[in-house]
Design a binder for this molecule. Structure first.
Ligand code: CTP
Length: 212
């Protein structure tokens, strides 16, 4: 399969030197890219700013903001058979980006934020993608309920949910523990493992759907 994988955080500029972002390291997405490539799939990584090396053989488009990631996905989604949206996309971005560095003064500072476009939701709704679609659900509470809601709302085939409140897995860790929810109601718990191993389980589930 040709697989598009979004990975890493996005950065939403406040001024030339500051931005809003999150603690995503990109390790889960890059582990998925490496494993998919090793299995003989063709991988296109659409990646936010990370400090890890691109797995050998993968094509990569580097982006910074949610807007740029949206455009890169829009331009390439027609060319792939499956998409895995593991990026931690910022949900909000500053309405105004200051041209010069914002100077401090004696008062506080109010930032006006606007919602970014939901890339995963657009894949079916706007781009009318017919291929296999994998979403991620980063949750701190009601993991199962929220993941199932996202699975349905964003019309995914698989939703990979993890608890991002735990420090020993998920964001900025080599380990993850996830539940893979399938659109047909099947659920699989992958207990705490190296992200490499979790990536194998996610690709097993995807390959399984791809072979049907
Ligand atoms: N996602 C996306 N574009 C956004 C926000 C999220 O593509 N602007 C994708 C993520 O890559 C992930 C899925 O949507 O695959 C769910 O992301 P998550 O942050 O868990 O949930 P949200 O949809 O943003 O909802 P909430 O923050 O309320 O939990």
């Amino acid at each position: 399969m040709r697989i598009l994988i979004t990975a890493g955080p996005t950065r939403e500029a406040i001024d030339p030197v500051r931005y809003i972002s999150n603690r995503s390291s990109g390790r889960m997405g890059y582990a998925l890219a490496a494993e998919a490539q090793a299995r003989g799939h063709h991988v296109l990584l659409v990646s936010g700013p990370v400090t890890i090396n691109t797995p050998e053989g993968c094509r990569k488009i580097s982006v910074e903001s949610a807007d740029e990631m949206f455009d890169a996905v829009a331009e390439n989604i027609d060319e792939v058979d499956a998409a895995i949206m593991s990026a931690a996309v910022s949900d909000y971005a500053p309405v105004h980006v200051a041209v010069e560095k914002i100077k401090k003064n004696d008062q506080g500072l109010m930032l006006e934020l606007a919602k970014t476009r939901d890339i995963l939701a657009a894949v079916r709704e706007k781009f009318h993608f017919q291929g296999l679609l994998v979403g991620f659900a980063a949750e701190t509470e009601n993991l199962r309920l929220n993941a199932l809601k996202k699975l349905k709302q964003k019309e995914c085939d698989l939703m990979v949910a993890n608890d991002v409140s735990r420090r020993d897995i998920g964001f900025d860790s080599d380990y993850n523990e996830v539940t893979i929810f399938r659109a047909d109601g099947h659920e699989e718990v992958i207990s705490r493992q190296l992200k490499k191993v979790v990536a194998c389980a996610i690709l097993d589930a995807l390959d399984d759907l791809g072979s049907k």
